[in-house]
Ligand binder design. Structure first.
Ligand code: NAG
Length: 334
């Protein structure tokens, strides 16, 4: 009797120690990918969002210009800011929309690189597991879509964040839409775990540049405007960890806002297909560097010292460029 009691106490003790050392600190780390730099130590990429409309609404024209810009810049990869498949995501892994809106549209040789993609609210109206499924990668090896993950590009780290579950309205007032919340509920735990993971990954990052990517706007003069949930929950994490830029889609426009308090660059690239003409709210002119209400995309060229961004319209015309610099010497002193 006594020995069996001792035995069970020993088991409890061992299990307890195990939990303490292995389970508790296993703050489920975000999946991580690495992109090694070209010999010239720079990284070139395109950013497009809100695109999958089977080539309509100028999606094909934007795709064509992305091919040209991609070739000129010799891009390493593409980032998609979500709303990849309209109107309601993918119906399953065999949905022909994957070909009609992605594979058969972005056919230029320069675009045959990995597409690091997040989900948008329209993707959440379909079969989310299908859009995330590795089966799609067998159909087209470029496709890489996860809810939240990290891309380590040596001088820069990209933190991709699943922003749709932050938006309260999709849960409380979904209107005629049905969202696929499998894997997200209970929402509170999902969000707090995600914020903890993003915060700790940002804090640990030794990259020169930290860039966060999500579907939803944070600061935007566009149709949807600011996403208050992200302003309350994500912005403090971005500010505390010296994030340089936040890239999003959701508003179907091209936009560059520099927050005058934090200095964070808010870059909207949501012009992959249907655009919303003249749907713009007033915004502080000092902060708003570009608002373009037509279709297009963005490029980034990143070196240790600079990030050069360019916005292009549907004809490939350059609408706006900006260079974000970090002073070498100042950094060296710290
Ligand atoms: C395609 O782009 C051109 C140039 O911006 C614009 O005039 C036209 O309305 C666009 N078409 C559609 C269907 O959005």
């Amino acid at each position: 009797m006594a020995s069996s009691l001792n035995q069970s106490m020993l088991i409890i003790f061992v299990v307890g120690v195990f939990c303490l050392f292995f389970a508790t600190p296993s703050i489920a780390e975000l999946p991580r990918f690495t992109h090694h730099l070209q010999p010239q130590q720079s990284l070139h990429l395109l950013v497009v969002g809100d695109w999958g409309r089977k080539g309509t609404h100028n999606q094909s024209l934007v795709a064509h210009q992305m091919g040209i810009a991609g070739e000129k810049l010799n891009i390493d990869f593409v980032i998609s800011t979500g709303d990849n498949f309209y109107e309601d995501g993918l119906k399953g892994v065999d949905d022909p929309a994957f070909y009609e809106s992605f594979v058969d549209i972005y056919t230029a040789p320069s675009l045959q690189k990995t597409w690091y993609s997040v989900l948008g609210n329209h993707d959440y109206r379909g079969d989310v597991e299908a859009e995330l499924s590795p089966t799609l990668r067998q159909k087209d090896s470029r496709w890489l879509c996860l809810r939240s993950f990290i891309l380590d590009g040596e001088i820069v780290e990209f933190f991709f964040v699943d922003t749709t579950p932050f938006v309260e309205e999709y849960f409380t007032d979904p209107k005629e839409h049905t969202y696929d919340w499998d894997g997200v509920l209970p929402r509170g735990a999902y969000l707090s775990e995600l914020m903890k993971d993003v915060d700790s990954a940002l804090a640990r990052s030794k990259a020169k540049w930290k860039v966060v990517v999500g579907h939803h706007t944070i600061n935007s003069a566009g149709h949807h405007g600011n996403t208050e949930e992200l302003k309350h929950l994500l912005v403090p994490i971005l500010e505390a960890n010296d994030v340089d830029a936040y890239i999003n889609g959701h508003d179907h426009c091209l936009q560059h806002i520099i927050d005058k308090n934090s200095g964070i660059h808010f870059l909207t690239s949501g012009g992959g297909s249907k655009a919303w003409k003249s749907d713009v709210k007033p915004w502080n002119r000092e902060e708003l560097k570009l608002y373009y209400d037509g279709q297009g995309f963005m490029s980034m060229q990143i070196t240790k010292n600079d990030i050069n961004i360019i916005f292009y319209d549907v004809y490939g015309k350059i609408l706006h460029t900006w260079t974000i610099s970090k002073d070498h010497n100042v950094a060296a002193w710290i």
